[in-house]
Design a protein around this ligand. Structure first.
Ligand code: SAM
Length: 279
């Protein structure tokens, strides 16, 4: 009889593409630069590709893994390692401030599941935000995150991330570095939340709302959107007033506005039509 395999089969539904290239595993952990006083959180440790290079190099290591079998395997392997906590749960349900009183000092790392990349990013970029994130995402998603105004990749994701964090492309990871092999290449990014906070909580919520709405109609002039959308329903005079107050040309399309310009616009709109934004 064939012995029962101890390694569970990769689950596509959980985005399980395991990084098997040892050099790249090390390179990602080097980018995190673990220090003895650090608290580090790994999203989706899986079979421990990154974890084994992090273990023993920091004060606290939180491992958040949704897959029961993989979480179990990690607990067996790491249970004697001081400061290590395995959280067998959905990372999107994780409340960072309940995990540690010093979220602002936390470093986050992860080869994150492709199917929930955007929700994970927005979850970790809510307040309080960690000190930095070194994350591997699909190359195409990385291009959208770092995209500049006026390019086809620029959109709500670029504005959402760039308005609260600086983003650095670190290196590319080819599909051949994973098992099973995905269809696309990946990219490792470093996201460093801006300090001090560039906006208040309500300003951030207002910008998010504006961004979400205008990028649903990215080919229209922004003034057309602001006149037609029930959230603002601006009159012709109000459009002119906003142009005057912000110095922005509202004949342009959303994709031509930088995150700073959208922030300026959102501030002026809040004066005219206050929303119900809470911190
Ligand atoms: N870190 C490992 C590596 O580099 O080989 C695994 C990376 S794999 C792309 C993504 C990992 O995230 C898997 O282990 C998967 O089970 C886990 N995962 C998927 N969805 C998750 C979720 N919502 N919360 C926590 N972990 C999740």
């Amino acid at each position: 009889m064939k012995p029962k395999s101890r390694t569970p089969r990769p689950k596509k539904s959980l985005g399980q593409n395991f990084l098997v290239d040892g050099n790249l595993q090390r390179k990602i952990v080097e980018a995190v630069d673990p220090q003895p006083e650090d608290s580090i959180l790994e999203i989706g440790p899986g079979r421990g590709a990154l974890t084994r290079h992090l273990a023993g190099k920091c004060r606290e290591l939180f491992l958040v893994e949704l897959d029961d079998e993989l979480a179990d395997g990690l607990s067996r392997e790491l249970r004697r390692l001081p400061g290590t906590q395995i959280l067998n749960m959905d990372v999107l349900d994780l409340d960072l401030s309940r995990l540690t009183p010093e979220v602002e000092k936390l470093k986050v790392v992860g080869n994150i599941p492709y199917n929930i990349t955007t929700p994970i990013l927005f979850h970790f970029l809510q307040r309080p935000r960690p000190r930095e994130m070194v994350i591997m995402v699909q190359k195409e998603v990385a291009e959208r995150i770092v995209a500049e105004p006026g390019t086809g990749d620029y959109g709500a994701l670029s504005v959402g991330v760039q308005s609260v964090a600086s983003v650095e492309k670190l290196f590319k990871v080819p599909a051949s570095a994973f098992r099973p092999q995905p269809k696309v290449d990946s990219m490792v990014l470093r996201l460093t939340p801006l300090r001090p906070e560039p906006m208040t909580g309500p300003e951030e919520a207002a910008l998010r709302e504006l961004t979400r709405i205008v990028f649903q109609q990215r080919r229209k002039q922004i003034q057309t959107i602001l006149r037609n959308h029930p959230r603002w329903a601006l009159s012709h005079q109000e459009v002119e007033l906003v142009q005057e107050r912000t110095g922005l040309d509202l004949d342009r399309r959303p994709e031509e506005f930088s995150p700073q310009e959208l922030y300026r616009l959102s501030g002026a709109l809040e004066v005219l039509r206050p929303g119900e934004h809470r911190a």
